[in-house]
Design a protein around this ligand. Structure first.
Ligand code: AMP
Length: 185
């Protein structure tokens, strides 16, 4: 059973790697960013709540994200496992996820932390042309990552749940590294 948390700064390639691994392993790809973008496209209440935060490069409030993840992990397709991409992003989210996974009896295998130097991150984000990938918003997202998300590295390291993977190089090379170092047992 594969239940992975893919962790890393914005632009580290979490979305790309999660999509590839989910295809290979036939498990759902759960990306909170994608769920918000879908909600915005559908002009739903959730989308309206999330949009201004996303446009500015800020985090959507914990309560909104946690409720959305609760709903997603309660759906029937998660019986085969899952890969989480972009969640958790704060300590409160990590704690809520731990509680939720106990409640749902879905322990995760490991946290894969993609290590990519800062210079590469900006370059990668500018290359993908997303609405929230302007230079100003990118700078804000990196600040938010440092302040609110990077403390999770210690959180998972303390629990012996962190596996650090070099996130530079070819996309397929990185996928192979994750498979070999995090999934081959
Ligand atoms: P991503 O696609 O993962 O880069 O997420 C895009 C944007 O969605 C982020 O900049 C946040 O505004 C919002 N978002 C995604 N995941 C989360 C989360 N776990 N907590 C708060 N905001 C999130």
């Amino acid at each position: 059973m594969v239940r992975l948390i893919l962790f890393g700064p914005p632009g580290a390639g979490k979305g790309t790697q999660a999509a590839l691994l989910c295809e290979l392993l036939s498990v759902p790809h759960i990306s909170t960013g994608d769920l918000f973008r879908e909600a915005i496209a559908a002009q739903s209440e959730l989308g309206l709540k999330a949009q201004s935060y996303m446009d500015q490069g800020n985090l959507v409030p914990d309560q909104v994200v946690i409720e959305m993840i609760h709903d997603r992990l309660s759906q029937s397709d998660i019986q085969s496992g899952w890969i989480l991409d972009g969640f958790p992003r704060t300590l409160a989210q990590a704690e809520a996820l731990d509680d939720l996974l106990v409640e749902l009896n879905q322990p995760y295998n490991t946290v894969v932390s993609l290590i990519v130097p800062n210079d590469f991150l900006v370059e990668r984000m500018l290359g993908r042309g997303r609405k929230d990938d302007t230079e100003e918003v990118i700078r804000r997202r990196l600040q938010v990552y440092q302040a609110q998300t990077s403390p999770l590295i210690e959180y998972y390291r303390d629990r012996n749940m962190l596996q650090e993977i070099d996130g530079t190089g070819d996309v397929s090379e990185i996928t192979l590294r994750i498979q070999q170092e995090c999934l081959s047992h």
